[in-house]
Design a protein around this ligand. Structure first.
Ligand SMILES: O=C(O)CCC(=O)C(=O)O
Ligand SMILES: [Fe+2]
Length: 330
């Protein structure tokens, strides 16, 4: 696939997903062309009319606020150092996404797939299997019994949206529409609930909400609290472009798995968040990866004599595990 060298982006495209389930070929082509432009030239786009009801997001938000308001000792009972693969609570400054930074000024809570209702027998989507490199059950705070259900409600909606996006990414890469279907059966998707306290006065550049980084999975579906500016995206001229939080939208950004898989035809763009708003800020990324046993071999349409393969081939699980270890395992 030929890749032009575009001018540095100054804004982030907004894509309307009202027609995401349309089978009309012309409508689908239009959507795919917008996605292709965003993925090859920016690595970020907003979606509107994404189909996730606002009440679901507000329900999760209300319970995550309650969780972060618990006393620190209660939150430390579910600290991520107690679980394999860092599920659970990460205290302020315990993570460090930018190797040149001194810690991220945020606290978080991370969980992966589990059925929405305990009685739902998982079939195709069975989460990470027991022998999997990324195995490790979620943990939930005993003090806040409603938290699990509220968090999973939004997780499952975001997961569905992710499953609708994969075919569009495949078509944008000139692949069959179902290329990712058998590689995304087990919902290797991690959700992180995030709370950023405000930063004021003199800010040490090495300690910000989340330091400059790329995401690791295929793509991220990010909800950010409307009205608070914090997220910034780095363009090819090394300028930080604001990604404002607009009501009714979600941010989609590509991550390293898709960059590796597409030999950088799709771009995994550096970003960071700094909360100088004076009030606390919440955000919710869902990192949607490919199944952990999938080898990230460059997709044939993305390799040519002009564009030789750039990355060593590893499995998605090995890649994510190494990145988690580097960020939280110090
Ligand atoms: O909070 C945000 O807006 C960004 C979070 C983020 O980039 C991440 O968790 O990877
Ligand atoms: Fe990120």
């Amino acid at each position: 696939m030929a890749v032009a060298h575009p001018a540095p982006f100054k804004t982030i495209p907004i894509i309307d997903l009202s027609d995401i389930s349309s089978t009309d070929p012309a409508v689908r082509r239009g959507l795919v062309s917008e996605i292709k432009h965003a993925c090859t030239e920016v690595g970020f786009f907003y979606v509107k009319n994404h189909g996730i009801p606002e009440e679901i997001i507000q329900g999760t938000l209300a319970l995550m606020c309650k969780f972060f308001d618990l006393p620190l000792e209660a939150k430390l009972e579910v600290e991520n150092t107690k679980t394999p693969n860092f599920k659970g609570y990460s205290p302020i400054l315990s993570g460090n996404n930018d190797p040149n930074g001194a810690g991220d000024l945020q606290e978080g809570f991370e969980f992966g797939f589990e059925p929405l209702r305990v009685t739902d027998a998982p079939e195709a989507e069975d989460g990470a299997g027991a022998d999997d490199i990324m195995a490790g059950a979620n943990i939930w705070p005993a003090q806040l019994p409603e938290f699990r259900q509220a968090a999973l409600e939004y997780y499952h909606r975001a997961l569905n949206l992710g499953h609708l996006l994969f075919p569009l990414f495949a078509l944008a890469l000139d692949l069959p529409e179902d290329f990712f279907a058998d590689k995304t059966k087990r919902s290797a998707a991690l959700m992180r609930l995030l709370h950023y306290p405000p930063q004021s006065g003199e800010v040490d550049d090495r300690v910000i909400g989340i330091g400059a980084h790329t995401d690791w999975e295929c793509f991220t579906i990010l909800w950010q609290e409307p009205g608070i500016q914090a997220l910034q995206v780095l363009n090819s001229s090394k300028e930080w472009i604001d990604a404002p939080a607009t009501e009714g939208t979600l941010v989609i950004n590509l991550g390293d798995e898709l960059a590796r898989w597409t030999n950088d035809v799709f771009t995994s763009t550096v970003h960071r968040a700094i909360n100088r708003s004076g009030i606390r800020r919440y955000s919710i990324p869902l990192f949607f990866g490919t199944d952990y046993d999938v080898r990230l071999e460059p997709i044939p349409t993305c390799v040519s004599s002009d564009r030789p393969a750039r990355y060593e081939v590893i499995t998605a699980g090995e890649y994510i595990k190494a990145r988690l270890q580097a960020t939280y395992g110090h």
